[in-house]
Design a protein. Structure first.
Length: 221
């Protein structure tokens, strides 16, 4: 009789988080550290879900005092090396047969890679800033990009004062993002009319290459 996966009592799947220092991304979504003798990356199990805070275990990092601030604050354009690379990838799903635990290989491999630079604030403390995010799924890589005007702030949408409404008609909610500048600033009707009159973004005047429609059920959520 073949193995039967556990149902409601099956432990929730987890992901693993790996932190690499001065690392570069290679083929097949592999992250390779440039100085492996300085720090050997370890995979840290973490429960999946939203609004969680990850803390790196004490004693598993490196001492930034051994590196110059220029090396930490700027990625190497020649070798595509970033000071910090954080990867979160899926783990095999556990299942139980005859009171023994096994690992079921995932049918879809997924990994999110965040590339980070390091700086110092006015108090001399180290700060981290994510400058690029990649999503690998089914051996295909997608770069995650911010849409200006889609993120919320305390006073509405955070984009050059354009608010929640279309910057042209000022009445309809905006649902069209301009590419490649990524300004979400128009409603669909105004975007159609604009393409007949101009090929420039109404916010930054960059040439429009494409329009992306983004539907939001509730713009206040």
């Amino acid at each position: 009789m073949g193995p039967v996966c556990q149902g409601a009592n099956e432990p929730p799947p987890v992901i693993t988080i790996t932190i690499c220092y001065f690392a570069k991304e290679e083929a097949d979504c592999r992250v390779v550290p440039l100085f492996p003798e300085t720090y050997v990356p370890i995979k840290i199990p973490f429960r999946k879900g939203l609004h969680q805070e990850f803390r790196q275990p004490s004693g598993t990092g490196i001492d930034f005092r051994y590196f110059s601030l220029d090396d930490m604050s700027n990625p190497s354009s020649r070798y595509d090396v970033f000071p910090i690379v954080i990867s979160a990838d899926t783990c095999p799903t556990p299942y139980i047969v005859d009171d023994r635990s096994y690992l079921l290989p995932p049918t879809l491999s997924q990994m999110q890679i965040t590339q980070v630079v390091v700086g110092r604030n006015h108090d001399g403390q180290f700060t981290a800033k994510a400058i690029r995010q990649l999503l690998w799924t089914d051996d295909i890589c997608y770069e995650l990009r911010e849409i200006y005007g889609l993120g919320k702030s305390g006073s509405g949408f955070n984009d050059n004062g354009s608010g929640k409404d279309c910057v042209i008609c000022m009445t309809e909610p905006k649902d069209i993002a301009v590419l490649p500048c990524r300004h979400m600033c128009m409603c669909s009707d105004c975007a159609k009319a604009l393409r007949l009159q101009s090929n420039k973004c109404p916010i930054c005047r960059e040439v429009i290459e494409a329009l992306l429609e983004i539907k939001i059920d509730s713009i206040d959520q």
